[in-house]
Design a protein around this ligand. Structure first.
Ligand code: RRO
Length: 326
């Protein structure tokens, strides 16, 4: 672990574990850590969430898998990952050896509930990580015969309840932004036994090339991320916080410390940096330091004093101006 030098207390105990700072790398943007080991100091992070693991290896979707659109990125990676067996034999041992000082969550995805459960069972038998993030919200890989689990609270409950029976490790559930009321979905996750909720996955989107009239992404539609997603994620965290009492992890559109601070103020205990890592792998490190600088400047001693400190629409009265004209 590489601590951030600051007078502000950045560490927290959550899910029975220590998070040295609140900034993690988001699933799908850091592989299994090993892929970024030369690009940044992983030990300076609060933790990482791996690429989603499926039962069998997945090749992923046809290129292009990523396009830019306005202040956002659209992806349809299609869950490219080496599959459970390889993750157990190669990735978990590497993470156990090299990431023991930080929190590691393994993201899990599948088409049917039983796939999630079999993956959890398989990963449990090896260990070497802190907990799970159940990815129930991938916009590019819907559940067999239906919408993603996170769009259907009942379906989501089933997966979470089953996984809960298989592990004592922290169980996070990653939700989708495109639902009528994310508070209701968050409640379903909490009631089913989740320890924390991650908000939000990417937003379904489509970019059309007007010359060819075809989609610019190889797979057609995709998931939108990047700065345009920030207010959507901050709103989702705030709404979920009004409905549930387990910790929240905010993700979507974080590029700098100010963006991360919005999530903390809205009620997130931890944040995840995703898309911005592609442009600069050290973004998450920079965000951590920036949060510390903000705390020092504002005279905040403990990160807890920031979490959920959003004032709503009630603006504090402006401070009196001293030394101005009378
Ligand atoms: O791999 C993907 O295409 C993907 C996943 Br699993 C996800 O959860 N969210 C996303 O935007 N892309």
């Amino acid at each position: 672990m590489t601590p951030i030098e600051t007078t502000m207390r950045l560490s927290q105990t959550l899910f029975g574990a220590t998070f040295h700072n609140p900034v993690l790398l988001a699933s799908g943007t850091c592989g299994f850590g090993e892929e970024l080991r030369d690009a940044l100091d992983l030990q300076a992070l609060g933790g990482i969430v791996t690429k989603s693991v499926t039962l069998e290896p997945r090749e992923g979707n046809p290129a292009p898998r990523v396009v830019e659109s306005g202040n956002a990125m659209l992806n349809s990676v299609g869950l490219a990952n080496p599959g459970l067996k390889h993750v157990c034999s190669e990735k978990l041992p590497w993470m156990r050896e090299n990431l023991s000082g930080i929190a590691v969550f393994v993201s899990v995805a599948g088409h049917i509930p039983d796939e999630y459960w079999r993956i959890v069972e398989g990963l449990e038998s090896v260990g070497g990580f802190l907990g799970y993030e159940l990815n129930l919200s991938c916009p590019n890989d819907t559940r067999l015969g239906g919408l993603p689990f996170a769009l259907d609270p009942e379906a989501l409950s089933g997966v979470v309840q089953g996984a809960r029976k298989l592990t004592d490790r922290p169980l996070l559930v990653k939700l989708a932004p495109n639902v009528p009321d994310i508070g209701r979905v968050a409640e379903a996750a909490e009631d089913a036994g989740a320890d924390g909720v991650t908000l939000v996955n990417t937003m379904p989107g489509l970019v059309i090339d007007i010359e060819s009239r075809a989609a610019t992404l190889g797979a057609g539609s995709g998931g939108l991320s990047g700065p345009a997603l920030l207010p959507v994620g901050v709103h989702a965290v705030h709404r979920a916080g009004a409905c549930i009492s387990i910790p929240l992890l905010g993700v979507g559109g974080i590029t700098d410390a100010g963006d991360a601070l919005q999530y903390l103020l809205a009620g997130a205990s931890l944040v995840q940096v995703g898309t911005a890592t592609f442009a600069d792998p050290r973004t998450a490190q920079r965000v951590g330091k920036g949060i510390a600088r903000y705390g020092e400047k504002m005279g905040i001693e403990d990160i807890q004093d920031l979490i959920g400190a959003y004032l709503g629409a009630h603006r504090p009265a402006p401070a009196p101006v001293s030394g101005g004209p009378h």
